[in-house]
Design a protein around this ligand. Structure first.
Ligand code: GLN
Length: 550
């Protein structure tokens, strides 16, 4: 029978609950257990697909085509396994299912109420995850912070699960201890309040992960222990990490988190195999050069984006998987990487700053939607093509590379994607047939071409080599538009190679320019499948080419 570990957040958001959850999972996995993780997002949206990246951060897409929160991406990267659709729970999904059942008279004429019907639905979903894969451990990260109205119902379900079988359920509180500059010391009071708030929901944390700038010291551990009614050994010091989030499993192991969890469940400790994590961290530290001050070889990569409005932090969030994939690939190539944000609108109009692109060893144009900044992206792509700068276009980036090629090489004046210009004389990128229906019906939720689709690779192409001569690959998608097949011949004759094709629907999935050192565009999003222990081959090859002149 699976054990359930609920991870909740106290004091404030953004302190790394997702990474803490993933790291605990990795440590249990390192003990040979079958582990999975659930993300609960307490919003009414059914999934993250309809949310703006500025609002929500990246929409992570799974093999099954679920448009999820970026934490699911963290689980996949840390646990090195695919996370299925049922592991993603939102308020919208839960209420939607209950209301549908009520409409179908499945509650036998009873009054349908938040308690017990919503809580039952939540518990059933959680248990189904554990039973489905015969998991030893299921981690359940409850989004938001304790004290919010939004996640109360999920805490209530967690409390009920604990009540039903207390030996099988554990609560971890990830909290934050601020160190206000004018006081100069770490304060425990907000954590005390967070625990009291959690207590008022009927939950006592078993383990507290004390996030802070620095290590938490003994007196403060004792204080939290006394005031929060918790053993001081169960308070984990989790200071800010210096180099990489992948240090956290190693740090947690040093703090005995794995053993503590087993003990809390009354289980015996097991041998731990964590050398893969240790060597990853050693490699990252050597490359990012935290310990010794020697300058390692660094490649500078530019990402052309438009999600700048609320500052760079949001931009980073909006392209999280792309950033992760670049880093994984850099480490694999034994180089360090500098990532710069390039605001696409800076490369438009008469004052465009194309000469400032000289410093980049490689440029990525990632996924995107809509017309803003598109001409800037096209100009950057043209620059990469002409100057031989390694270019990787992801989804929209690939589509715009086709537009650039059509305009400037094929002489198709005003060629465009119909996403931006419906009346273009040359719709080289056009809406997919089945997508027209969804758009007409304003049926926007989960209706894009989503998730894993197969792609056949052209023999002897660049990508064929990059993917170790595999004939067929599977990659994740999220788009409504595609290369218009009626322009294929024209583009191909002019030198564009279609090196990846989805045979089911006859769709171009990969383009490349054979004469260029690295000019590859993919209709899919390879970034979603890159993991620290299995970096994505396309990113690895991109960084390899980008670092050829170091
Ligand atoms: N906007 C484009 C489409 O819908 C590309 C989508 C993307 O980059 N994810 O086809």
């Amino acid at each position: 029978m699976a054990k359930y570990i609920f991870v909740v957040g106290g004091v404030m958001s953004g302190v790394g609950k997702g990474v803490a959850t993933s790291s605990i999972g990795a440590l249990l996995q390192a003990r040979g257990f079958n582990v999975t993780a659930i993300k609960i997002d307490p919003y009414l949206n059914v999934d993250a697909g309809t949310m703006n990246p500025i609002e929500h951060g990246e929409v992570f897409v799974t093999d099954q085509g679920t448009e999820t929160d970026q934490d699911i991406g963290n689980y996949e990267r840390f646990l090195n396994k695919d996370i299925p659709d049922i592991n993603y729970i939102t308020t919208g999904r839960v209420y939607g299912a209950v209301i549908e059942r009520e409409r179908n008279l499945e509650y036998g004429g009873k009054t349908v109420e938040v308690v017990p019907h919503i809580t039952d639905e939540i518990m059933n979903r959680i248990k189904k995850v554990g039973e489905g894969i015969k998991a030893d451990f299921v981690l359940i990260e409850i989004g938001g912070t304790v004290g919010e109205y939004q996640n109360l119902i999920f805490l209530e379900a967690a409390r009920m699960m604990h009540l039903a079988n207390s030996s099988n359920v554990l609560f971890v509180l990830v909290t934050y201890l601020p160190m206000p500059g004018m006081i100069g010391e770490m304060k425990t009071k907000p954590t005390q309040y967070a625990v009291r708030t959690l207590n008022s929901a009927g939950i006592q944390p078993d383990i507290i992960i004390a996030r802070s700038e620095k290590d938490i010291d003994k007196p403060r551990k004792e204080k939290i222990a006394i005031f929060c009614n918790i053993k001081k050994e169960n308070i984990i010091s989790a200071p800010d990490i210096k180099t990489s989030i992948y240090e956290i499993p190693v740090n947690f192991e040093r703090e005995n988190v794995g053993k503590l969890i087993l003990n809390a469940f009354g289980m015996r400790e097991r041998p731990v195999k964590i050398d893969n994590w240790q060597s990853l961290v050693d490699r990252i530290k050597k490359l990012e050069n935290v310990e010794n001050k020697k300058k390692p070889q660094t490649v500078t990569v530019g990402i052309v984006g438009k999600y700048f409005e609320t500052g760079e932090f949001v931009l980073g969030d909006a392209y999280l998987s792309v950033i992760e994939a670049i880093k994984h690939a850099a480490w694999k190539n034994n180089v360090s990487v500098n990532i710069d944000w390039l605001n696409s609108s800076d490369y438009e109009g008469t004052n465009k700053k194309l000469s400032s692109l000289k410093k980049y060893s490689g440029i990525i144009v990632p996924g995107g939607f809509g017309s803003r900044g598109v001409e800037g992206k096209i100009n950057v792509i043209e620059y990469c093509r002409k100057q031989g700068v390694p270019f990787l276009g992801l989804c929209y980036g690939m589509q715009l590379a086709v537009v650039e090629f059509a305009r400037n090489i094929c002489g198709l004046k005003n060629a465009h994607t119909t996403e931006v210009n419906k009346d273009t004389p040359h719709p080289v990128i056009d809406i997919m047939e089945d997508q027209k229906i969804s758009l007409r019906k304003k049926d926007f939720g989960a209706t894009m071409r989503l998730g894993a689709h197969l792609c056949d690779l052209k023999e002897k192409s660049q990508v064929h080599k990059i993917y170790s001569k595999k004939g067929q690959i599977s990659e994740r998608h999220r788009h409504r538009y595609e290369l218009n097949n009626s322009y294929r011949e024209h583009l191909e004759k002019a030198g564009l190679v279609f090196s990846g094709i989805n045979l089911d629907k006859n769709l171009v999935e990969i383009i490349e320019l054979p004469s260029h050192p690295f000019f590859i565009g993919t209709q899919f999003h390879p970034e979603f499948k890159s993991r620290p222990f299995s970096p994505h081959p396309l990113f690895v090859a991109f960084i390899k080419t980008a670092s050829r002149n170091l």
